[in-house]
Design a protein around this ligand. Structure first.
Ligand code: ASP
Length: 449
């Protein structure tokens, strides 16, 4: 939203889109925290809601209960018990919050649609639909059904432009509104969901259409961590990260946000702020398009994965043979495998692929490469772990690679592969899977003060 000043200068008025995940809306107590957060700033205007998530360890998300109902109903089994559980999740929230809202007709409609084998996506989507209705009522905001503003194409892909146009128009008619996450509609009007965790995507789409100044994604952690807490004890929170860095880290397995949620806001240059509903004073992580600001540490984060293999091809005078790289990759492609990295030497080249993929196609790939490039030798090694050290701070800092290699050498870890993107945003090292944790910890210790 823009406003012209008296001098004709256009200033952007703050407008925030907030998405609350399932754990933030799991019960009445969480609803109260959410309402307090929203009401504390008038610019927090458009809210995207998930279905109720887990209230405690071992609890079941409403979306999972809905999928279970769908499965039982399609196998002609009784859904009464699970359906009642879903109803009471919502009714408990309503009665505890003291809201005057009768959902009986809606529950009846959902129940009937389950019994009549309505689509799986329609049933799953009701989790966010009902939760958003309750939240809208509790906040006194308008309710906008996602099926009227989020659209998919015939082939199931998201229709970004139609959505943006219609959603922007619709939002302009509401000062404050709640929109259910996770779903939209197909050209024939039936409901389709995004993949699991898709309310993040809805939030991003709404932020773009509203031309928000920021997309706040409220969850149960205080931001994106510098490393996986299952591997590193109490890792630091990243205060600012660029979209590019996030992409690198997410690709290697670090997650907080649905991968596809980045795109709508990234192109609109809207920052995402990951926040914690249970610790609202924490500043969280700011994900920005670009920044000159470099944090106290040279690196922004570390992520890694195990389960890779290398296929190494050796051939004398390889470097002068035209088209050899293309032919090797063509064999990989024809076997339906995507390669992760492709480091090469003078007379060698190595293709790094997932071990799981390779196992199914190993014989075909080996014979395909032999036929296609006639190598002197071809060998496969398994048990490779890849670690990505990511950071815009590396671009100008000298000696980063040296610090990584020294840290690994001091921890007695042998490096099996090195790959540095020419954008200097990341360095990837391959180590034996058995050394994975030791390597991660050694690198973290070296860089994070
Ligand atoms: N409720 C959906 C899921 O559990 C979508 C979401 O929470 O983002 O995947």
């Amino acid at each position: 939203m823009e406003k012209a000043t008296q001098k004709g200068k256009v200033i952007k008025m703050a407008l925030k889109v907030l998405k609350f995940g399932g754990s933030s809306l799991a019960d009445a107590e969480q609803f109260r925290k959410v309402a307090q957060i929203i009401k504390s700033e008038p610019e927090r205007r458009y809210i995207v809601a998930s279905a109720p998530g887990k209230r405690r360890a071992g609890d079941i998300k409403v979306t999972d209960l809905l999928y279970k109902c769908y499965e039982l109903a399609t196998n002609d089994q009784d859904i009464t018990e699970i359906f009642n559980e879903i109803k009471s999740r919502y009714n408990d929230i309503i009665s505890d919050l003291g809201i005057d809202l009768d959902l009986n007709d809606i529950f009846e409609k959902i129940h009937m649609s389950m019994l009549h084998n309505s689509g799986r996506d329609y049933i799953a989507s009701r989790g966010e639909y009902v939760n958003a209705l309750i939240l809208a009522k509790y906040l006194g905001f308008s309710f906008i059904d996602a099926k009227k503003v989020i659209f998919f194409n015939e082939d199931g892909t998201f229709n970004a432009e139609k959505t943006n146009e219609i959603l922007a128009e619709c939002l302009s008619g509401h000062q404050y509104a709640v929109i259910p996450g996770f779903y939209g509609s197909m050209p024939n009007g039936t409901i389709k969901t995004f993949t699991r965790g898709g309310s993040d995507i809805t939030g991003s789409i709404v932020a773009r259409a509203a031309r928000a100044t920021v997309y706040e994604n409220w969850t149960d952690v205080s931001g994106f961590l510098m490393a996986d807490p299952r591997c590193i004890n109490n890792p630091k929170v990243i205060s600012t990260i660029t979209y590019k860095e996030l992409r690198e880290l997410s690709y290697m397995g670090a997650t907080v946000l649905h991968e596809e949620a980045i795109f709508p806001v990234r192109y609109a240059k809207i920052p995402i702020n990951i926040r914690n509903t249970n610790a609202p004073d924490d500043k969280g992580t700011m994900i920005v398009y670009t920044t000159d600001e470099v944090g106290p540490d040279v690196i922004t984060g570390i992520a890694g994965k195990t389960g890779f293999s290398t296929v190494m091809i050796e051939k004398d005078m390889m470097n002068s043979e035209l088209g050899i790289g293309r032919r090797v990759l063509q064999v990989i492609e024809e076997n339906g495998i995507s390669f992760e990295h492709f480091p090469s030497g003078i007379d060698t080249m190595t293709v790094v692929v997932s071990t799981k993929d390779l196992h199914q196609k190993r014989a075909d790939i080996m014979s395909g490469i032999c036929k296609s490039v006639n190598p002197d030798n071809i060998s496969v090694e398994e048990n490779l772990a890849l670690i990505a050290i990511v950071g815009r701070g590396m671009i100008k800092a000298k000696g980063t690679a040296a610090r990584i290699f020294t840290a690994l050498a001091n921890a007695s870890v042998n490096i099996r592969m090195i790959d540095q993107g020419s954008c200097e945003l990341n360095i990837i090292v391959g180590v034996d899977s058995n050394d994975y944790l030791t390597a991660l910890r050694a690198i973290y210790e070296e860089f994070v003060k």
